[in-house]
Design a protein around this ligand. Structure first.
Ligand code: 3PG
Length: 305
């Protein structure tokens, strides 16, 4: 019998697990569940006899892929797939997929939750500031970036976007003013929201030199990945500039940020995509993609081409 594993250290909402179960069992497949596991060894043991698996930020390392002797398809229920060893997947004939767009509204809403929280001084009662009329620069204008743009327009912000993979026309049609370099955008915008993936090219690319030119009262918003930040450079800048703020859904590795009281905020646990709606959208999309691949060989959304 075809076995599908959901391996989520950060579990989906129960309604999403039930929805995935229905899709999988309607095909006559078996669903197994591994949630909140204590160690990577538990994950390695759980993959031994599965044909397909659904993960979130769970680390699908070479060891995991090699231990999954029967694995044919792995779906990251979400956008970023930097947690999957794609080379190992390809070497073992495993198709790797993501579910782009399915959780993007949730992530974008959290970005605004954090922006308002910071602009209103963590709701401590002191006079804060408004988002209306401020310039926001969206770094990468894909699914999450465009949702940020939509919400920003609702707040009355001026919306700019830099995305080297989009034409000016595409950016304009998606409601933002195109900017042609990151440098230009960071110079202009008090708010910058990051939506770039973590790749060899982008790691540590948000650095001192780029950030130092942001206008007074700068706010860097990170709902992307901690790896894209040059933490040393950012911390140095925050030492030098008492007006610089950093709000993030992914706690930095360096504990040096906690001293920037009133200018730094990190969620206790990455929670951008942690809504029932996003869990259902991404989880069910992952289940459908697995069924379509196993039954029809459909490789749409494959990322290890
Ligand atoms: C994504 O890449 O889809 C988001 O970062 C969400 O990740 P999560 O599923 O681990 O919450």
């Amino acid at each position: 019998m075809t076995k599908v594993l959901i391996a989520t250290d950060k579990p989906f909402a129960p309604v999403a697990v039930n929805g995935i179960r229905e899709i999988v069992e309607a095909q006559g497949y078996e669903l197994v569940l591994l949630e909140k596991y204590a160690s990577q060894d538990e994950l390695i043991a759980a993959v031994a006899d599965v044909d397909a698996m659904i993960i979130r930020s769970d680390k699908a390392t070479k060891e995991v892929i090699e231990a999954a002797k029967k694995l044919k398809v792995i779906v990251r229920a979400g956008a970023g797939y930097d947690n999957i060893d794609l080379a190992a997947c390809t070497a073992h004939n495993v198709v790797a997929m993501n579910t782009p767009g399915q959780n993007s509204n949730a992530v974008a809403e959290l970005a605004f939750g954090m922006m308002v929280y910071m602009a209103r001084n963590f709701f401590n009662g002191k006079s804060g500031s408004e988002l209306k009329g401020k310039k926001i620069g969206i770094h990468a204008y894909g699914n999450v970036g465009q949702n940020v743009g939509r919400i920003a327009r609702g707040f009355g912000m001026e919306v700019y976007a830099f995305d080297p993979f989009m034409t000016d026309e595409q950016i304009k049609n998606a409601g933002a003013t195109p900017v042609h370099s990151a440098e230009e955008m960071y110079k202009m915008c008090q708010y910058v929201s990051l939506h770039i993936p973590a790749t060899e090219q982008t790691k540590k690319s948000i650095n001192y030199d780029l950030l130092k030119n942001m206008p007074k009262g700068a706010v860097l918003v990170n709902t992307a990945r901690k790896e894209v930040i040059d933490e040393e450079g950012l911390a140095k800048l925050m030492e030098e500039r008492a007006d610089f703020h950093y709000i993030t859904d992914i706690a930095p590795d360096c504990d040096c940020f906690s001293k920037f009281e009133g200018r730094f905020f990190a969620t206790p646990k990455k929670m951008g995509a942690q809504t029932e709606e996003a869990n259902v959208n991404a989880g069910l999309a992952a289940a459908h993609q697995i069924v379509n691949f196993i039954e029809k060989g459909d490789e749409k959304f494959r990322v290890n081409k």
